[in-house]
Design a protein around this ligand. Structure first.
Ligand SMILES: [Fe+2]
Length: 193
C-alpha cells in the first residue's frame, strides 16, 4: 500500500487540513483509485464474456456494477485533487498498484464469473473498510465518510453476488467451518468438541 515510493506532487490550496495529513490521505486514495479502476475493468470483462442461461441478467447486473464503480473512481480521484494532490488514474498505474488478482480468462459460465467477482469484491471491501479506519485515524472525516459510502455499496454488491451462490447446501456447509463471522462463543463451543 502507499504511493510506491513515488513522491506526491502537491498543489497550493486554501483547505484547512495540514499538508502532512493530506499527503498521507492522498497515498491511501491513490491506492484505492488503482484498485477501483482494476475492479471496474474486471467487472466489464465479466459483463462482456459471461455465457449460459443466466447471460442476460448477469450481463445487465455486471454493467450496473461497473457504472457504480465508475462513480467511485471519480469520487476518489477528485478527493485527491481537492486535497491538493495529483490523481494517479491511468491504466498502467492501476495495473501496477492494484492489490487485486487478475481476472481469470479460462471461465465461461455465470456461476464462475459470479464467484470470481465475489472473491474480488470481498478483497476490495476489506481494503475500503481499512481505508475508513486509516483516514478516520488521520483526522480526515470527509474522506472517511466517502469511504463509508463506498463500503456500504460494495457490501451490498457482495450480497447480490453471493446470493447467486448461496444454495442451501453451501450455506449449511459454512456452519462449523472457518467462518470469520463466527462468534467467539460459537468458536469456543466448537473447539471443545
Ligand atoms: Fe455493454
Amino acid at each position: 500500500m502507499g504511493s510506491n515510493g513515488r513522491s506526491q506532487q502537491m498543489h497550493q490550496t486554501r483547505i484547512d487540513l495540514p499538508q502532512d495529513l493530506r499527503i498521507q490521505v492522498i497515498a491511501v486514495l491513490n491506492q484505492s483509485l488503482a484498485s477501483t479502476l482494476d475492479l471496474k475493468t474486471q467487472v466489464k470483462q465479466a459483463h462482456w464474456n459471461v455465457k449460459g442461461m443466466d447471460f442476460f441478467q448477469l450481463h445487465s447486473l455486471f454493467d450496473e456494477m461497473a457504472e457504480e464503480l465508475e462513480e467511485y473512481i471519480d469520487m476518489v480521484a477528485e478527493r485527491v485533487t481537492a486535497l491538493g494532490g495529483m490523481a494517479m488514474g491511468t491504466a498502467r498505474t492501476a495495473a501496477s498498484r492494484s492489490t487485486l488478482p487478475e481476472f481469470p480468462f479460462d471461465i465461461l459460465n455465470g456461476q464462475d464469473h459470479v464467484m470470481a467477482l465475489a472473491d474480488r469484491y470481498a478483497l476490495y471491501a476489506k481494503e475500503v473498510r481499512e481505508a475508513i479506519d486509516t483516514t478516520d485515524e488521520l483526522g480526515d472525516a470527509d474522506t472517511a465518510d466517502l469511504y463509508t459510502e463506498i463500503s456500504r455499496a460494495i457490501d451490498k454488491r457482495l450480497w447480490f453476488l453471493e446470493a447467486h451462490l448461496q444454495t442451501s447446501a453451501e450455506t449449511l456447509s459454512l456452519n462449523g467451518a472457518d467462518s470469520e463471522t463466527e462468534t467467539p462463543k460459537a468458536k469456543k463451543t466448537r473447539a471443545k468438541k
